[in-house]
Structure formats: structure tokens, C-alpha cells
Design a protein around this ligand. Structure first.
Ligand code: ADP
Length: 331
């Protein structure tokens, strides 16, 4: 009878033949067991129709029964729900303007029409509540998840600084920090296109956990132009490379100083260093932000310069346009 089975088997389309795990025939009734691993419901239906159609035409066959087995249940056919894109802003060390850039990047992206969230993960110095004018506000929780705070700049924000007293978070060790930062990320970020994360400075454990757990789509690195900061910035770049986070580009902050009194331009921290390092590392350069008293004053007052159309605001906008273009290209 095995010869007959071979004849039946040879009638099957190629795709079905390779999936036959048993084929029996008794009194004109053919029973075929097929391995349907990896097929979704549509694929299984098609296979069954093809097998029945092919075997029914064989001489002496009155009925074809098909059974399917699969190693694992077929994947349900549905669109994966897409969460917000995530852009991490990092720096090799503190004090280079990472938080200032994060806040203004978020505001400028919102002005470009994106729905933007800002997560302040800088447990060592959470400054987003001040920068965004949301100091002293406490986020509520809904279904055990935090509800981001609305700000007047069209950006929703969650910061460690809104959860604990200033200075308290600094003493957190890895798991505690990871838990708190996880709450900021797993909050009600529905209807958000992009979340900007203000990472803690440096490339330690907290950053590593954050990046591995929340997998940013890309990273922006901020540096001042002087050599020492650039060594740290290069380390940050390597960190993102090793953790497989694409570097969207590098921003040079505090680049060139225009004296508010005499208008003379000087370069207390140098100029163009970050741009040169970006070129050397083959990483895009996103723009310069000048060292400008107005940036510090406006930031301290909770008014992100990117919310206005001053030259400083435009400098942030130009960077946001490049980040938005990158997000679109990689969507
Ligand atoms: P980081 O997040 O890297 O520690 P911050 O964004 O908190 O740095 O900036 C450190 C200080 O420098 C803040 O007082 C901020 O207002 C100021 N600052 C940042 N960028 C500029 C700039 N381009 N011009 C003037 N002051 C700036």
C-alpha cells in the first residue's frame, strides 16, 4: 500500500508535501496529518483546501480528512500596537546642558506638530519640573499608572523631581532607580508620538538599565566644545553603540558667547569641537547652541526658549527639525 500512498503524496502541491507527517487510506477515506507550524489561520485554511482539492481527484478516494498539528499556536494576525517613539538625550558628564536641550527639544518638536512627552530620568539632578514650569506638581495615578503632567508648552512631562523631595533620589541604588524610572516610562503615554528622555549624565548602571529596558529608537548626545567634555561625549557615543541605540546626532552646547554688553563674540569653551568629533566618529552633527545668558535666565524661570522665536529658540528648532526628520525616515 505504501506505493499507493506515494502516488497520493505526489499529487500534493510542493508546500503541502513537505508538511505531511502522516498519510493513511482506508476504504477510500484518506486521512492526512499536516504540520502547520508557523502558519496563521489563513495559511492553514489555504493548505487544507489545496490538500483536499488535490487528493479528492485521485482514483478510489471518496473522502479526504485533514488534521493539522503545530509546535506552537499560530501568531494572531493583528497589527502590533505601536507605542511612542523614544529619543534619549545623553551626555558624557553633567553640566553640559543636557536637561536644557531635552526640554527645548521637546518643546520644539511639539511646535512642529508632534505629540510629545518628556521623561526626566536624571535622578541625580531632576531639573525638568523647573525648566518646564511644573515645579511642586504631583502627578496622579490611574489604573496604577502615572498620568503625565500637562504643561503650558504643549508637552506632557513626568520627572523624578515630581515624585520625591529634591535630593532624595540621589541616594537610590540601581534597582530602586530602575523601578522609579520604569514608572515614568510605563505611564499613560497614550496619544504620544515621541517621548524625549533626559537621561542621567554618564554611562553607568542606571543608564544601562534604562536603555536596555526601554530601548530608545535613537539618542542625541550633548557636549560642550572643550576637549575634556568631548572625551566624555565620545564615551557616551560608544555606550549607545554598544547598547545598539542608533545615535541620531551630536549637539554642541555653550558654543560661542556673545557678550550682552558689547556684542563681541568669544569662545570660553572653544567652538566646533563637538562638530569635529561628530565628523571623526561619522555621527551626524545636529547644531550649535550658543552660550547665552538669556538661555539660562529663561530656563530658570520655567520658560523654555524654544517656545519663542528668538535666535535661541530658532537654534533649538533647527535641531528639532533634524530629529523629526530622522524619526520620519526611520518610522
Ligand atoms: P546638564 O543637564 O547637562 O547637567 P543643564 O541643562 O542643567 O545641564 O545646564 C547646566 C546649567 O547651564 C544650567 O544652569 C543651564 O541653565 C545652563 N545652560 C545650559 N545651556 C546653556 C546655554 N546654552 N547658555 C547659557 N546657559 C546654559
Amino acid at each position: 500500500m505504501s506505493g499507493d500512498h506515494e502516488a497520493l503524496r505526489s499529487r500534493l502541491p510542493e508546500e503541502a508535501r513537505s508538511r505531511v507527517s502522516a498519510l493513511r487510506e482506508a476504504s477510500g477515506v484518506v486521512t492526512v496529518v499536516l504540520d502547520a507550524s508557523g502558519l496563521d489561520q489563513l495559511g492553514r485554511d489555504r493548505l487544507e483546501v489545496a490538500v483536499k482539492g488535490a487528493l479528492r481527484q485521485a482514483d478510489g478516494v471518496s473522502e479526504v480528512r485533514v488534521a493539522m498539528t503545530a509546535d506552537r499556536a499560530p501568531e494572531p494576525r493583528r497589527e502590533a500596537p505601536r507605542g511612542p517613539r523614544i529619543v534619549a538625550v545623553g551626555s558624557g558628564k553633567g553640566g553640559v546642558g543636557k536637561s536644557t536641550l531635552s526640554a527645548n527639544l521637546a518643546v520644539a518638536l511639539a511646535r512642529l506638530g508632534l505629540r510629545v512627552g518628556l521623561v526626566d530620568a536624571d535622578i541625580y539632578g531632576p531639573s525638568q519640573p523647573r525648566l518646564m514650569g511644573a515645579e511642586g506638581q504631583r502627578p496622579t495615578a490611574h489604573d496604577e499608572k502615572l498620568v503625565p503632567l500637562d504643561t503650558q508648552w504643549g508637552v506632557r512631562v513626568l520627572s523624578v523631581g515630581n515624585l520625591v523631595e529634591p535630593g532624595r533620589a540621589v541616594a537610590w541604588r540601581g534597582p530602586m532607580a530602575g523601578g522609579a524610572l520604569g514608572q515614568l516610562m510605563d505611564a499613560h503615554w497614550d496619544n504620544t508620538d515621541v517621548i524625549v528622555i533626559d537621561l542621567p549624565p554618564g554611562t553607568g548602571d542606571v543608564q544601562l538599565t534604562m536603555v536596555q529596558k526601554h530601548k530608545p529608537d535613537g539618542a542625541v548626545i550633548v557636549s560642550t566644545p572643550q576637549d575634556l567634555a568631548l572625551i566624555d561625549a565620545t564615551r557616551a557615543m560608544n555606550f549607545f553603540e554598544q547598547t545598539k541605540v542608533p545615535v541620531i546626532g551630536m549637539v554642541e552646547n555653550m558654543s560661542g558667547y556673545i557678550c550682552p554688553h558689547c556684542g563681541e563674540e568669544s569662545d570660553p569653551f572653544g567652538h566646533g569641537g563637538a562638530e569635529a568629533v561628530a565628523a571623526q566618529q561619522a555621527v551626524p552633527f545636529l547644531g550649535h547652541i550658543p552660550l547665552d545668558l538669556a538661555i539660562r535666565q529663561e530656563s530658570d524661570a520655567g520658560r523654555p526658549p524654544a517656545a519663542g522665536d528668538s535666535p535661541q529658540g530658532k537654534a533649538f528648532r533647527a535641531i528639532a527639525e533634524k530629529v523629526a526628520a530622522w524619526l520620519e525616515q526611520t518610522a
